[in-house]
Design a protein around this ligand. Structure first.
Ligand code: ADP
Ligand code: ZN
Ligand code: ZN
Length: 744
């Protein structure tokens, strides 16, 4: 017998199968999906590979498989093949997502909670490291293996590296000396499931609306049929209770459930509700804070059928759940379900594929559904289930809009409108908490010469540098490059250099100036670092005497602060002005969500939205908390301008160190596409530099195609990739992304 295997590598030239002989002793245990070790190429060492086909004979002279480890099922291999085609990546990259994280060779001691330990991070961007590997600056296989491991397991410990890579500490130290890795001292966070003594809860009696929803989905479970549902209801309308009861049913029948939530909402509070209903033995939680050892163990518990309920972020969709009975995706509009790194998969699409394969229902839940989802729920691809009332009768907060143009006309130049100022003052008096939200970090301070218009840009990335007053430095948010601040213009010598824009730091300073007595805490990409997690900041806000939380996007999701009665949005417009067809949808979603943070318990909440475009419909509809009205306006615009859901946006990205080559490759690609795709059905734009045309010294170009991503279009684009790679443009990397999150 002969096995066709795929090497466990992301190298493009290895994206094909190789034949190996199956020795007699392995004949019974090797199945499709088995992980094997094989001698490969001129290296003496053995390489990891996966069996994708078994056949009688080979036309080549072949070597023996040396070792076998149990791997994946054929269903998983089929899914990996499907993904590779659909998301234009290697099969092995998809297989990696489905494997038990790490193969352990030694036992590692458990991390002790609340103790400080040293953890390892990559010090450089992985692209840069890859570049050094390609250029032969990093030669040692062991060094490569460690770097690859740390890339997937940022924050691991040195003993973990030793146990999972079989390399010694000395090599780690070399990599630290060479500045590829860094050691950071960090407190071990508490595992959300440990030391929990939670009272059991029982099913609540469902409201009429909940019951209708539950019955519809139950019917699909009983009939063992695939069906996709959208459970649409405002925050607090009882969606989670419906999930819990569906899971309860499925588990009672001996099956399992996968529940996806955005990473950021995997909070202890959220998990408590699941634990109190099902007990922690039945639950596996997969999140990025787990160490590789813990992830390995959770994966095993799922595989053995001990854990029947899997709760996790995007990649938990690949958990090896035994006899799956339902998949639930909460906050389905959240952009984190789409991966931006290869494989650029969309977990909602993968979930649908799995649900169809297993004949089970897929339930999507949201208060502000993705426009495409809601559109499909109106045309019968998705069954719409509505919850219109809040389950616990709490009231929605009062939302006010302040016109900042008017404010300026009245002579108020501060970041806080008169209304917001007064409300903060009142809240401080009442000893209640406030959240101030700045929409987007891109709004932070940049430097400009008012004499000649010169702005300081990063020399690697061609985007404006951001001023950080605390360190008194200019920083590039893409590559981390830093420069000293300038006092005179390097272009014209004038001293009319000014700092523009509003960042969280500047807001914090202003708050301190206007309310010297207020205690504040800031949460943004600069304060949330390798050392301080979100959770620590949020816990401080909750437990310590802090009056005001100031932050970006990160503050808006899924947290529950009983004492927060006031939420202020500093400038709602900044997310409207970005160059993306989803700008209004995102603005509406974020404003609706942020409004939901105020007054969640008995205290009434108040939200103040400051805006330069108070008449914009996304802001108006967010004030009214009226999703459907927003949907009607926005979907009409999408239809008129032909944007998703009325077509797909396909972005072919080129990334190169060589400017001549990138022009040449993108031109060849363009001509190939023109020749092979129907001009009637696809609008194909000429190759152009991307909005950010240089990052980390690499040029960036792209081709945009508008049209339906059909099976046939997929073939054409896969052919394009094959063609270009076989021509060996060594300095250029090509990626294809369908409906990417980010258009820059
Ligand atoms: P959502 O997931 O839509 O935000 P939840 O399921 O969290 O809503 O419900 C909000 C609150 O209402 C929770 O405190 C929950 O316990 C309560 N609740 C939900 N369903 C019921 C019900 N049928 N009867 C009583 N209380 C309910
Ligand atoms: Zn100047
Ligand atoms: Zn840069």
């Amino acid at each position: 017998m002969v096995a066709e295997v795929i090497m466990n590598s992301a190298a493009k030239k290895l994206n094909r199968t190789f034949d190996y002989n199956i020795p007699k002793e392995f004949e019974d245990i090797i199945i499709i999906g088995s992980k094997v070790l094989v001698p490969f190429g001129r290296f003496k060492s053995l390489e990891e590979a996966h069996v994708v086909r078994i056949k009688q004979s080979s036309e080549f002279e072949i070597k023996d498989i040396v070792k076998v480890e149990t791997g994946l099922t054929d269903k998983q291999i089929e899914l990996a093949n499907w993904m590779a085609k659909r998301y234009f990546c290697n099969v092995s990259e998809c297989i990696k997502l489905m494997q038990t994280p790490g193969t352990r060779t030694k036992n590692i001691e458990k991390r002790i909670q609340d103790k400080k330990i040293n953890v390892v991070y990559l010090k450089k961007d992985f692209n840069e490291i890859n570049f050094d590997i390609e250029k032969g600056i990093i030669k040692s296989d062991k060094q490569k293996k460690i770097l690859d491991f740390v890339k997937d397991n940022q924050g691991c410990t040195v003993p973990e590296i030793e146990a999972f890579t079989e390399c010694s500490r000395a090599i780690v130290n070399t990599l630290i000396k060479k500045q590829y890795l860094e050691l950071i001292e960090k407190k071990v966070e508490r595992n959300p499931l440990n030391n929990k003594d939670i009272e059991n809860t029982q099913n609540l009696i469902l409201t009429d609306e909940q019951e209708i929803a539950f019955n519809k989905i139950e019917e699909a479970i009983d009939k063992k049929e695939y069906e996709q549902f959208l459970l649409y209801g405002v925050t607090g309308s009882g969606k989670t209770e419906v999930y819990l009861q569906l899971i309860n049913k499925v588990v009672k029948e001996g099956k399992s459930a996968i529940v996806l939530v955005p990473e950021i909402s995997l909070t202890p509070q959220m998990l408590d509700r699941f634990i109190s209903r099902f007990g922690k033995e039945k639950i596996a939680v997969l999140h990025s804070k787990l160490s590789i050892g813990e992830r390995h163990d959770e994966w095993e518990r799922i595989k053995e059928g001990k854990a029947r309920i899997v709760i996790g972020a995007r990649s938990a969709i690949f958990a090896p759940a035994q006899s799956l009975g339902i998949i639930i995706i909460d906050e389905e509009h959240d952009s984190s379900y789409k991966s931006e790194a290869s494989p650029k998969y969309n977990a909602k699409e993968v979930a649908k594929k799995i649900a169809k394969e297993e004949n089970i229902p897929l339930v999507l839940g949201s208060a502000t559904p993705d426009l495409t989802t809601f559109y499909n729920s109106n045309n019968e691809k998705i069954t719409l289930l509505k919850l219109t009332k809040r389950a616990n009768n709490s009231n929605l907060p009062k939302v006010e809009i302040v016109d900042l143009k008017q404010e300026l006309a009245n002579g108020n130049r501060s970041m806080l409108s008169f209304d917001l100022y007064q409300s903060i003052e009142q809240n401080l008096k009442d000893k209640l908490q406030t959240i101030l939200f700045l929409n987007r970090r891109g709004y932070s301070t940049f430097i400009m010469c008012r004499n000649c218009g010169y702005t300081v840009k990063c020399k690697n990335c061609n985007i404006s540098m951001t001023y950080h007053s605390y360190q008194n430095k200019l920083k590039c948010h893409y590559c981390g490059y830093e420069e000293k601040t300038v006092k005179t213009c390097p272009e014209c010598g004038s001293d009319k250099i000014r700092y523009f824009g509003t960042g969280t730091q500047k807001l914090e300073q202003e708050i301190h100036k206007q309310f010297p007595q207020a205690k504040t805490i800031r949460m943004d990409v600069d304060t949330v670092t390798k050392k301080n997690s979100h959770e620590e900041i949020l816990n401080k806000f909750k437990n310590e005497d802090i009056d005001i939380l100031i932050g970006t996007q990160m503050v808006v999701k899924g947290h529950h602060f009983p004492k927060v009665t006031l939420v202020g949005v500093i400038a709602a417009d900044s997310s409207l002005n970005i160059d993306d067809y989803r700008a209004t949808e995102r603005t509406f979603q974020i404003l609706t969500q942020v409004a939901g943070r105020a007054g969640r318990e008995n205290l009434p909440g108040k939200v103040i939205i400051q805006s330069y475009n108070p008449e914009n419909f996304s802001i108006q509809d967010a004030q009214k908390q009226n999703y459907e009205e927003f949907y009607e306006t926005e979907i009409a615009l999408r239809k008129q301008l032909k944007y998703p859901p009325f077509c797909d946006i396909i972005v072919i990205g080129f990334n190169s160190t060589n400017e001549e080559e990138i022009k040449k490759v993108s031109k060849i690609a363009y001509e190939f596409i023109i020749d092979n795709l129907d001009a009637e059905e696809f609008k194909i734009f000429k190759p152009m530099p991307s909005p950010i045309d240089k990052i980390q010294n690499k040029f960036r170009w792209r081709i945009i195609i508008k049209g339906d991503m059909t099976e046939q279009a997929n073939e054409v684009l896969n052919d394009l990739l094959k063609n270009l790679y076989s021509k060996e443009y060594k300095n250029t990397k090509i990626t294809i992304d369908v409906n990417p999150n980010n258009m820059t």
